[in-house]
Design a protein around this ligand. Structure first.
Ligand code: KG4
Ligand code: ZN
Length: 349
């Protein structure tokens, strides 16, 4: 069946058309058309996402993005079987724009709606193009701008969050640290690019050692706010009188911060893999676009040849509507019922 996905939970307006087939044991997805309009330029000057600007921009861009996705797919609305729309978690004013848009389309073309959980979308994002990929039990690490959580899946329906951040999300920490270093929003790609310059031994600063919060705690929870504060103090103590940092220090901080996040994520994941012995390990969310973190996970998984690592293609790591169409299909197959109502703090399971 052809599923139209609609995503407006944060600062990306996205629509996609996906051909979905198969049952829960071997779902299969083909991307027909996808369009993402990023509002990053709009929010940059505020250093983060402003909900009312996001809402205004979604309203303006949804019809345009819809037309692009349908055009790329070569599919008309009349041929769409279901509309999957993100209902949470996210910014409620932004979520409502997508829901209302989906309702109007559903009514006009008599198409049923599939209210969809954005985080289930990040799990589903790794499934594009390959049939019967998730073997259960599976473990998913979701690392985005709003969330950091480890989810255990006994089946697509049987999901349980086994650990989550107690404060900032991993992506949020990247964004906040970037701001301290004078880098634009979103910070992840900026820090990643800077850290990549730190191969030269000249960038190693001996007294720069940031904490790895909760790395050995006896649970699967995370915490990134102490790491962020440690960067704040380091910046304060090492800035010149005009409050600027030397390029050498900036690059060294970017690298040490990225290493700290990467070590916490891989150490916690390893602990969970040892305990739950998943057959599939999925990593989703914007932070896994990070080349260094990706390669650290690929290295880690060499220790677990029985567990298959699934990471989405790079364009599907950050917010998109392809993942929403796929998650909507899986939720429907598994009989999961989600209310058609914006829910900022919608949980998994
Ligand atoms: O999944 P996503 O697009 O949106 C949410 O659902 O939150 O994730 C966005 C987050 C931002 O915090 C951004 O800084 C981070 O993903 N991010 C990265 C990279 N690219 C995006 N973090 C680290 N390295 C990257 N290359
Ligand atoms: Zn997301």
């Amino acid at each position: 069946m052809k599923i139209l996905g609609i995503e407006t939970s944060c600062d990306e307006t996205a629509v996609a058309v996906v051909e979905a087939e198969g049952d829960l044991a071997s779902p299969s997805f083909k991307l027909l058309g996808s369009s993402v309009h990023s509002q990053i330029e709009m929010h940059k000057e505020f250093g983060g996402v402003v909900p009312n600007i996001a809402k205004r921009e979604h309203l303006k861009n949804l019809p345009i993005v819809l037309e692009k996705a349908l055009g790329e797919a070569g599919v008309e609305m009349e041929k769409i079987d279901k509309i999957a729309v993100t209902v949470g978690p996210g910014l409620e004013p932004a979520l409502w724009t997508g829901i209302t848009f989906a309702e109007e389309l559903g009514e006009k073309y008599k198409i049923p709606l599939l209210p969809t959980n954005h985080m289930e979308g990040h799990i589903a994002s790794a499934l594009l193009g390959h049939p019967s990929q998730i073997h259960f039990p599976a473990l998913a690490l979701l690392i985005s701008g709003g969330h950091t959580e480890l989810v255990l899946l006994q089946s697509w329906r049987g999901k349980k969050v086994i650990g989550e951040t107690q404060d900032d999300a991993a992506g949020e920490a990247f964004d906040k640290v970037a701001r301290m270093l004078g880098l634009p929003y979103p910070g992840g790609p900026e820090i990643s690019a800077l850290a990549g310059k730190a191969q030269d031994p000249g960038f190693v600063i001996r007294d720069l050692r940031l904490p790895r919060p909760m790395i050995h705690s006896n649970d699967y929870n995370f915490s990134f706010s102490g790491l962020k504060t440690a960067v704040l103090y380091y910046v304060r103590d090492h800035a010149s009188p005009d409050k600027t940092l030397s390029p050498q220090i900036t690059i060294a901080i970017a690298r040490e911060f990225q290493d700290a996040v990467s070590q916490v994520l891989t150490t916690k994941s390893k602990k969970a893999i040892l305990e739950f012995q998943p057959k599939t390990f999925i990593i989703g969310g914007g932070v896994i676009a990070n080349t260094k973190i990706r390669s650290e996970f690929e290295k880690l998984m060499q220790e677990f040849p029985e567990t298959r690592l699934l990471i989405p293609e790079k364009p599907l790591t950050t917010d998109n509507a392809v993942m929403i169409a796929m998650a909507g299909y899986l939720a429907e197959l598994s009989g999961e019922k989600i209310e058609l109502k914006a829910k900022g703090n919608l949980k998994i399971g």
